[in-house]
Design a protein. Structure first.
Length: 566
């Protein structure tokens, strides 16, 4: 049975359009059967079979209904379906619709479909006037490959924005997010984190209380000291952008990247890290810290870069490059150089361009310094080119000095046990009277090779090869012998604490170490002479070959003498 509830008189098109805008009555379009039961249902019209209502551009269908014409509302039972245009549909087992407020209260097996987004719940109130649905007994929204669930939430069909609260879970093909509050934009597939949240993707874990996550591109924009953890590495920053497709993370302002496996840390105002290649870069007040030892080593440079080779294999190793203006501080050792490279493959740290190392009252510099580590502890060091070592005496006036082309130092458990000075060795040494700690004199020595053996940080003995030495009493020291030609004391450059590593102080003009190029050996024209020399004529076979006595080779022996102790 069909009921046409519209007035029958004719109106002009303009008046009909005006009335349609103002008309909020619910119209019954069709029903197979209609009857009244005033005692059981009051003034409701009882409708059965293919019931169809129309209201303000929406069509509502159900198996049966109770229509309250006076209150402009109805109750719908069985296969309830509301269709609004071609973009929105709402189905449920039961619904109550109020035409005055344009509010649909759908219950039991509710499904709201809006374009490509589907919302499943058991109780939904949909407000057509303000275009949003409110669910409060648990819901699930499916947007492409992303699935969101929560205890309570809202979905706005005009802005395509969803709000989820209490036990929120977002899952897509690679990521799983849990939180208590989440906003989700179905137009851009971007989730807005507005509370404590945890995001898991493979081996990566993210904690954030404010940020955005794009489920399409897998890109994260995190704010408020968010934390990214991955395989023992942690990144914290005021803001972090993580590229999901490349696995690269960009962190800004007060960034801290910690490697708990290798016990080191990078800090700065800008850090980049790539999960797939193991590449990292840190700049803007960049600091590298190593806390594998008892005391932490602090190192500052303009830029740090870390390169990983053979990643995800048993042969993996890393290189860290530090440049420019490198300054390092630890309680027991300090260093300055222009650039530095650490290779974990051979555990070697190499300092370039005017490197200087201090240890208590000792200073060491050269063209290049290589430090080899073993189990995170120094094993031996190698100074290459214009090597110079100086030790300031307790009186702060006199200095023990050694210069040579290269030097080597060997350690046991972090303590120096042997030093070697190799080639063109010059030595200025002040023997000390152990009875009263006074200086005996100045020992000036020249030798091609010197070895010094130490025990408990004290010199035990010295070995030299063909030394030429002179001991001057303290009152008869020539002024030219106090300091070796290469002497320089750079205490004004030395970092005094971990905050001082940011204060670059270069060498005074003219005191920079100039790299000495080795002279090329003269080329002998042996080949040319050989070509100019005529080939000898072949002697007749009858002639006897000339026999010669084999030449005796002399072996030069060098007598090794130990320098007598003063």
């Amino acid at each position: 049975m069909v009921f046409a509830m519209q007035p029958a008189r004719k109106r002009t098109p303009r008046k009909r359009a005006k009335q349609a805008q103002q008309d909020k009555r619910v119209y019954l379009v069709h029903s197979d059967n209609l009857h009244y039961d005033q005692y059981r249902n009051g003034d409701a019209q009882i409708l059965h079979g293919h019931v169809h209502f129309r209201h303000v551009g929406a069509n509502l269908y159900c198996d049966s209904a109770h229509f309250y014409e006076q209150t402009n509302s109805f109750e719908a039972f069985g296969h309830v379906r509301m269709v609004q245009g071609d973009t929105l549909s709402l189905v449920s087992d039961y619904a109550y619709y109020d035409g005055n407020d344009q509010l649909a209260q759908a219950r039991h097996n509710v499904v709201l479909r809006h374009r490509k987004t589907t919302l499943y719940t058991d109780s939904l109130d949909y407000d057509r006037l303000y275009s949003f649905g409110n669910f409060f007994e648990g819901g699930k929204m499916v947007d492409g490959k992303s699935v969101l669930t929560s205890d309570w939430g809202e979905y706005h069909t005009d802005t395509k924005m969803a709000m989820f609260y209490y036990d929120v879970r977002l899952k897509d093909k690679k990521m799983f997010l849990t939180t208590d509050s989440l906003y989700y934009d179905t137009r851009t597939s971007v989730a807005h984190i507005v509370g404590p949240s945890n995001i898991t993707s493979g081996s990566s874990h993210i904690y954030s209380e404010n940020g955005y996550y794009n489920t399409r591109t897998e890109e994260s924009q995190l704010y408020g000291r968010s934390i990214i953890r991955d395989k023992g590495r942690t990144i914290v920053g005021d803001s972090v952008i993580r590229e999901g497709t490349t696995g690269k993370s960009h962190a800004y302002k007060n960034v801290v990247m910690t490697d708990s496996v290798n016990k080191n840390r990078l800090t700065g105002d800008y850090v980049v890290y790539d999960d797939s290649t193991g590449y990292a870069m840190c700049t803007d007040r960049a600091v590298a810290m190593d806390f594998s030892q008892r005391d932490t080593l602090y190192m500052h440079a303009d830029t740090f870069k870390i390169f990983t080779y053979y990643i995800n294999t048993d042969s993996v190793y890393r290189e860290m490059h530090a440049y420019n203006k490198v300054r390092a501080y630890r309680i027991d050792v300090q260093a300055v150089c222009d650039s530095l490279v650490y290779n974990s493959h051979d555990s070697c740290m190499t300092m370039y361009r005017d490197p200087i190392v201090w240890n208590q009252r000792q200073q060491l510099f050269g063209e290049k310094i290589c430090v080899y580590l073993k189990n995170s502890t120094i094993d031996w060091a190698h100074v290459i080119g214009q090597a110079f070592s100086a030790e300031q005496m307790p009186d702060s006036i006199h200095f023990n000095q050694v210069s040579s082309k290269e030097m080597k130092a060997f350690f046991d458990n972090g303590e120096m046990r042997e030093t070697q000075a190799i080639d063109n060795v010059l030595l200025v040494y002040y023997p000390v009277d152990e009875s009263d700690s006074t200086l005996i004199g100045l020992n000036y020595t020249e030798t091609p090779l010197m070895k010094m053996f130490l025990q408990n940080r004290k010199m035990k003995r010295i070995w030299m090869e063909k030394p030429v030495a002179t001991l001057y009493p303290m009152t008869q020291i020539p002024p030219a012998k106090y300091f070796l030609p290469q002497y320089a004391w750079f205490d004004y450059i030395r970092p005094v604490n971990k905050e001082d590593i940011f204060n670059w102080r270069g060498k005074k003009e003219g005191s920079e170490l100039k790299e000495q190029k080795q002279r090329e050996r003269p080329r002998h024209n042996v080949l040319k002479k050989k070509e100019e020399t005529p080939a000898p004529t072949k002697e007749p076979e009858t002639a006897k070959p000339e026999t010669a006595e084999p030449k005796k080779t002399e072996t030069e022996t060098t007598e090794i003498k130990e320098t007598p102790k003063p």
